[in-house]
Design a protein around this ligand. Structure first.
Ligand code: PEP
Ligand code: MG
Length: 658
């Protein structure tokens, strides 16, 4: 290139800068000496190139270097995360961060501990009042007491004396209140962090959060300080806590984006309960530079766009409006049966976990609960719930659909769903102590839950029990023994209960191949396509970096599903699908074709799925299945199904990029 004057430099080394298989540019080094570069220099430049690639795409995504690379791209690069709650949100980023820098507080000798203690108490009382206000706000949002347990735990941390007493001790030992607070919070935080468990560090950040709130009152900056929320606030942060979310007045809250966290984080659970789209685990988000900028979040695909070009904005605006119109239109389907044009009935059930899900479930026109994730009431508490406590919650769930089936899955923790009061530290948690493996190792926990489930079913006949993460028949045999034991105990105690149908989740590949022997032991199957897909494809369901490889329409997944349905039907057992796939309109066509007996999904997907079922015939679905089973790649399969939906006039159900 004559214009660079490079003739003087005959030595040349160039390495490509590549991100996600795309060449962003070339990094070059030139020398006056005419020489070959040695291996170390090449490796060094390759390393710099690989690191630059991440930084460049980061800066491109945030718009910071738009046009610097010689071309003003009008292609929007979304930031990739994972879906936390479905939906599209368009709004303004509001970055939330800790209010005050607790770590920066110095130690300072106090001459008057009594005065310091009094100001600490005032600050603690003020924080307690704030949290109560948050609780009231959540109550107004009709979030039931059950789902607000986390905030009660915060109150308990302040009430129970532990941390507050420790701060006072330190004041009496001579430190001023802010210093004593910093010391005490650091002690507590360290205690949790040392356990090296991600869920415990989440709890550590709760304690830190409380400490910061107390500090801001101590500094007299918290009182009276009002935050101006944009009209359509998209809450953005490194690690958005449930408290930060609850602080935004609901009429302003449009969406949530968090750098850390996954679909199972408290904040994602809350966002789903409130119907607010959320994207979690957006590792590349340049938090420090997005405050006040326009964001679009796609909660279906787990994508975030920062100030995207006009065509993308227009497209999402259209989708947003269509989504609102569509849901208004679909409400009319509520009382119509989920039945194909040639009369095949496929009951549609909801997935639930929070009591807050129940009202939307009833409104969606569901015929029952196909999956109750019983770990949720365990996750929003600070300890294992007792038998009475569990029975009360389960009773409400069973009562919500007295005439439909309610499938209660036994505790499924481990993997990415840990209980902060029951730490599990493993290198490979998804292949570790999860679901039934854990409960069978702790019969004292399992039996309490089984007894609570059976007790809750007294006078009702809708309880079904579902066992998660089954990978061997021994796990089923052992579980059945415990279920019979709990049942017998309760009969002996004089309860009028009937023995429930018991089923297993098919979510581990081994269960696919064991479907025949499992059929001889259980009454029904429920296929958990979220885990089954992740285990069949060896793709972490929460890892944004490999998200493009994760699709339940993968031919291997389809073959596994078909095999389970066929085997179960040969043994006259019903099969349901309760993973996210059941709420995917394109996938539903294939599940229909396989002859699935029922589907269970989020309440928000149910009307769309009903719409699909009512617009296709069983024969059409079988023909489509036969056709796509010949395809080798999931992208081809998805494209063909999208085309079928378009042809049937259901194009409005297809998400962009899918
Ligand atoms: C699944 O794995 O598909 C499933 C429904 O269970 P969960 O998402 O709770 O792991
Ligand atoms: Mg699962």
């Amino acid at each position: 290139f004559p214009e660079t004057g490079e003739e003087r430099y005959p030595g040349f080394l160039g390495v490509p800068i590549i991100q996600h298989r795309k060449v962003l540019g070339v990094l070059t080094a030139q020398t006056r000496a005419s020489k070959s570069f040695d291996e170390d220099s090449v490796s060094f430049l390759v390393t710099i190139g690989a690191q630059l690639a991440g930084a460049i795409s980061h800066a491109e995504a945030s718009g910071d270097i738009n046009g610097y690379l010689g071309k003003k791209t009008h292609k929007a690069h979304p930031l990739e995360g994972v879906s936390g709650a479905p939906g599209v949100a368009i709004g303004t980023a509001m970055v939330v961060y800790p209010l005050a820098d607790l770590e920066a507080v110095p130690d300072r000798h106090t001459g008057d501990p009594a005065v310091e203690e009094a100001s600490l108490q005032q600050a603690v009382d003020a924080v307690r009042k704030d949290i109560r206000k948050l609780l009231t706000r959540l109550e107004q949002l009709a979030l039931p007491a059950e789902d607000r347990a986390l905030f009660n735990a915060y109150l308990m941390m302040l009430d129970s004396g532990g941390m507050v007493d420790r701060i006072k001790e330190k004041i009496r030992a001579g430190n001023w209140a802010p210093g004593a607070l910093r010391e005490s919070v650091a002690e507590h935080v360290q205690l949790f962090q040392e356990m090296d468990d991600p869920y415990l560090s989440e709890r550590a950040s709760d304690i830190h959060d409380l400490g910061v709130r107390i500090l801001s009152y101590l500094q007299q900056s918290g009182a009276g300080k009002r935050i101006e929320y944009p009209g359509r606030t998209i809450l953005v942060g490194e690690d958005i806590s449930a408290t930060l979310l609850a602080e935004v007045p609901p009429k302003y809250l449009a969406g949530v984006v968090s750098v850390r966290g996954s679909i199972n984080s408290h904040v994602a659970i809350l966002a789903r309960a409130l119907g607010v789209p959320a994207v979690m685990g957006v590792g590349d988000l340049p938090v420090a530079r997005v405050d006040g900028r326009d964001l679009i979040i796609d909660g279906y695909l787990g994508r975030v766009y920062v100030e995207p070009p006009a065509p993308i904005q227009a497209e999402y605006q259209r989708l947003y409006e269509e989504e609102r119109e569509l849901s208004a239109g679909l409400r009319e389907l509520r009382d119509l049966p989920a039945q194909t044009t040639d009369g095949v009935r496929v009951p549609l059930y909801v997935n639930s976990g929070l009591l807050a899900d129940i009202q939307p479930s009833l409104e969606s026109g569901a015929e029952g609960i196909g999956l109750y994730r019983s770990e949720f009431p365990f996750m929003v508490r600070d300890r294992f719930p007792g038998e009475e406590e569990q029975a009360r919650v389960y009773r409400q769930v069973l009562n919500s659909f007295p005439d439909g089936p309610v499938v209660m899955r036994t505790l499924d923790v481990g993997g990415d769903k840990a209980l902060h009061y029951f730490p599990i530290i493993e290198d490979n948690p998804f292949l570790g102590w999860r679901g039934i493996r854990l409960t069978l190792d702790h019969p004292e926990i399992f039996l309490v839950q089984l007894r609570a489930l059976l007790r809750a079913s007294e006078g009702l006949r809708n309880l079904h029990v579902l066992l998660p993460m089954i990978s061997t028949v021994a796990e089923v045999d052992d579980s059945l023994r415990l279920i019979r034991q709990a049942y017998q105990e309760l009969l002996d105690e004089g309860l009028q209960i009937s023995y429930p149908p018991v089923g297993v989740m098919v979510e581990v590949p081994s269960a696919v191949y064991l479907a025949d022997v499992l059929s001889q032991r259980v009454d029904f199957f429920s296929i958990g396509t979220n885990d089954l897909t992740q285990y069949l494809l060896a793709v972490d369901r929460n890892n944004a970096r490999v998200a493009h490889l994760y699709d339940s329409l993968h031919p291997a997944v389809l073959r596994a599903l078909k095999q389970v349905v066929d085997t179960a039907h040969n043994h006259k057992k019903n099969v349901s699908v309760c993973g996210e796939m059941a709420g995917d309109p394109a996938a539903v066509l294939l599940l229909l074709g396989m002859g699935i007996d029922s589907l269970s999904m989020n309440a928000s997907s149910l009307p769309k799925v009903k719409w699909v079922i009512r617009n296709f015939s069983g024969a059409q679905a079988r023909a489509l299945l036969g056709e796509v089973m010949q395809y080798e790649d999931f992208r081809q399969i998805r494209a063909r199904l999208n085309q079928a939906l378009e042809q049937a006039g259901l194009g409005g159900l297809i998400r962009p990029g899918k």
